[in-house]
Design a protein around this ligand. Structure first.
Ligand code: IMP
Length: 196
């Protein structure tokens, strides 16, 4: 394996837990301080590149960044790269609060009466070091439920039902989610690239 350890360019505990399991035997190191990186209205790849490069330049350790989001067909692919701050966005009307519960509330409000509930999670993982970078992408298709169900996972998991599943992502065990998730698919591709 080309890397024994990577600095993880995120402070999201949900992502760190999942990626640590998915990328083993590579050890993920938490950064000594979280950098304040302003994500623009860019693609997942651009955001991941920006984050990994900033962490590599600051700490001089090969960095792994992750950018992901939920794309809903009936909303033209929204919230996409805006997934983590959807409730604050003018699109579809701002919520009075911010955070995960408000993001879910807004999405369910916008999906009221919509027949097409298809959606997908997308994840880009990118490693940046002095030799440049490499990246991989994963997609997990499914649909938006009408009410939240389950307490595991994070983010939009309680309202996302993967294709062929009766349960939401938040009702799956960590192992079940990793086996089918966008992050799991991207991580396995990245490991293939690294060992190739
Ligand atoms: P960012 O990559 O930090 O911009 O945040 C991505 C956002 O997409 C997260 O804050 C979640 O809202 C959502 N998201 C990404 N992956 C997942 C997942 O596996 N489950 C649920 N929500 C996710």
């Amino acid at each position: 394996m080309r890397y024994r350890e990577l600095m993880i360019a995120t402070s999201s505990e949900g992502k760190i837990i999942e990626l640590s399991a998915l990328l083993s035997p590579i050890r993920l190191i938490r950064p000594p301080k979280v950098l304040n990186i302003e994500e623009g209205p860019c693609s997942y790849l651009e955001n991941a590149y920006l984050k990994a490069r900033s962490y590599f330049e600051e700490f001089k350790i090969p960095a792994l960044a992750e950018d992901s989001g939920l794309e809903v067909s009936a909303l033209g692919g929204m919230p996409g790269v805006f997934s983590s701050r959807f409730s604050e966005l003018e699109f579809g009307g701002k919520e009075s609060e911010t955070g995960t519960a408000a993001n879910i509330r807004k999405l369910l409000r916008l999906m009221e009466g919509k027949e097409d509930r298809s959606a997908l999670f997308r994840c880009v993982l990118l490693i940046y070091d002095s030799e440049g970078g490499l990246w991989a992408q994963g997609v997990c298709r499914g649909e938006i439920t009408t009410i939240p169900r389950g307490a595991r996972g994070f983010g939009y998991d309680p309202i996302f039902k993967p294709l062929g599943e009766d349960r939401t992502m938040a009702e799956l065990t960590a192992e079940e989610k990793n086996a089918i998730s966008h992050r799991g698919i991207a991580a396995r591709r990245l490991l293939e690239l690294l060992s190739g």
